[in-house]
Design a protein around this ligand. Structure first.
Ligand SMILES: [Zn+2]
Ligand SMILES: [Zn+2]
Length: 388
C-alpha cells in the first residue's frame, strides 16, 4: 500500500511554516475527530492519517528526515535513520489523541477517556517480625491491616439513612459537562460531582459521605519453615482495590526474623556459644546444649579443647526453605571458662598443678611465644639492641 505524501495529507506546500502547518492540521483534525463522526471508520482512518502527518512534520528533526528519505525514513529496515514505528511504543489511537490534545490544549472528548480505563490497585507492604523458632518450624499466623469497606450506616451510599443521593444538578447525572469554546465544544469532568453524576445533600455521619470506612482486615498467612530476614511473601490480590474494574494489587509481607538469645543464624546454619568449665575442657567430657526445636543435645568435649573450637551437630540447624535437600547444621562454639571464687584448698591445688605442668601443657602460649620471638628478632636494630 503506497502512503500518501504527508504534505498532501495536510494540504500544505513543502515550505509551509509551523503556524500554517498547525492551522491546517487543526481544521482537518476537527473535521475527522471520532467524536464528531461516531462509527465512521473512514473518518477515523483519516483522523489518524492527519495526526501522523502532523506528528512528523511538526517535529523539525523528523521533518528533515522525511524530506530526505520520504516514508522510508520511518519504516522498518528503511534507508533512513532509526527506522521502525515513528511513534515508538504505545497504542496508536492514544498517540493521535495525544497529538490532538497537545494542539488543542486537552479537555476535548478523548482527553477523559484514557483516564477512565481500568487501573490495577496499588501493592501493599506489611512488615512482619517473627521469632527464630517460628522460622524454624514455619507458622500459620494472622495479620491485621486496615482496609476500606462499605459503610454499614449508609450501606455504602454515603447518604444519611432516610435520604438518598440525588442526580447532580450541574451535569444532570452525566458526570461530564460540555462548554462551547470558540468554534468547538470542550468536555470536562463535572467538578460538582467529580464525575459521579450524583451529589449527596445529606452526607452520612459515620463515613462523612464517602460511603466507605476504614476497617481492620484479618488475613491468614502461612510462613514457610526456613524463612529468612529480607524475604517476602506475596499474597496475590490482597492489595488495594483497582479503579474502574481493574484488578486488585498484591500484598507483600516482608519477613524480619528477630535476634535470638541463644542462637545466631548464618543462612541455614546456627551458632551457639557455649561455656565449658576449664576442667571439662582439660580432661574432656560432655556438655548439654539446647537445640532450636526446643530439645537438648549432649556434646562430647574432646580432651584439651580450646576456646573458639567449634563442634558440629549435623542437621540441627535451620531447615531448607523448599523442604527438599538437607538443612543447616548447629555449631557449638566453646568458651573455656576460668573458675572464680576459689577456696583456699582449690587455689592450693591449682598452684600445685602449675608447679608440675610443663610447657607443652599450654599449646596456645607456646605458639604465641614463638610468634613473639620472631617478631622481636625482626625488629632488631643496627646496634643489635631490641627496642624497649
Ligand atoms: Zn455533576
Ligand atoms: Zn456512611
Amino acid at each position: 500500500m503506497s502512503k500518501q505524501d504527508y504534505y498532501e495529507v495536510l494540504g500544505v506546500s513543502k515550505d509551509v511554516d509551523a503556524k500554517a502547518l498547525k492551522s491546517a492540521y487543526r481544521k482537518l483534525a476537527l473535521k475527522y475527530h471520532p467524536d464528531q463522526n461516531p462509527g465512521d471508520d473512514a473518518a477515523e482512518a483519516k483522523f489518524k492519517e492527519v495526526g501522523e502527518a502532523y506528528a512528523i512534520l511538526s517535529d523539525p528533526e523528523k521533518r528533515a528526515a522525511y524530506d530526505r528519505f520520504g516514508h522510508a525514513a520511518f519504516e522498518g529496515g528503511g534507508a533512513g535513520p532509526g527506522g521502525g514505528n515513528p511513534f515508538g511504543q504505545g497504542d496508536p489511537g492514544d498517540i493521535f489523541e495525544n497529538i490532538f490534545s497537545q494542539v488543542f490544549g486537552g479537555g476535548f472528548g478523548g482527553g477523559g477517556r484514557r483516564r477512565n480505563g481500568p487501573a490495577r490497585g496499588n501493592d501493599l507492604r506489611y512488615d512482619l517480625e517473627i521469632a527464630l523458632e517460628d522460622a524454624f518450624t514455619g507458622k500459620d499466623t494472622e495479620i491485621t491491616l486496615p482496609t476500606a469497606v462499605d459503610c454499614d450506616t449508609c450501606d455504602g451510599s454515603g447518604a444519611e439513612p432516610g435520604t438518598s443521593p440525588e442526580t447532580c444538578p450541574t451535569c444532570q447525572g452525566a458526570g461530564r459537562v460540555r462548554a462551547q469554546q470558540g468554534f468547538f465544544t470542550m468536555e470536562r469532568t463535572c467538578a460538582r460531582c467529580s464525575g459521579r453524576g450524583k451529589v449527596i445533600p445529606h452526607p452520612c455521619k459515620t463515613c462523612g459521605g464517602a460511603g466507605q470506612v476504614r476497617e481492620d482486615r484479618t488475613l491468614q498467612v502461612k510462613i514457610p519453615a526456613g524463612v529468612e530476614s529480607g524475604m517476602r511473601i506475596r499474597l496475590a490480590g490482597e492489595g488495594e482495590p483497582g479503579m474502574n474494574g481493574g484488578p486488585k494489587g498484591d500484598l507483600y509481607i516482608f519477613i524480619d526474623v528477630s535476634e535470638h538469645d541463644i542462637f545466631e543464624r548464618d543462612g541455614p546454619n546456627l551458632y551457639c556459644p557455649a561455656p565449658v568449665p576449664m576442667v571439662t575442657a582439660a580432661l574432656g567430657g560432655e556438655i548439654e546444649i539446647p537445640t532450636i526445636d526446643g530439645g537438648r543435645a549432649r556434646v562430647t568435649v574432646p580432651e584439651g579443647a580450646q576456646t573458639g573450637r567449634k563442634l558440629r551437630l549435623r542437621g540441627k540447624g535451620m531447615p531448607s526453605l523448599r523442604g527438599s535437600g538437607h538443612g543447616g547444621d548447629l555449631f557449638v562454639e566453646m568458651i573455656v571458662e576460668t573458675p572464680r571464687n576459689l577456696s583456699a584448698r582449690q587455689k592450693e591445688l591449682l598452684r600445685e598443678f602449675c608447679e608440675c605442668s610443663g610447657a607443652d601443657c599450654n599449646p596456645e602460649s607456646e605458639g604465641f611465644l614463638g610468634r613473639v620471638k620472631k617478631f622481636w628478632d625482626g625488629m632488631t636494630g643496627e646496634d643489635g639492641q631490641r627496642p624497649n
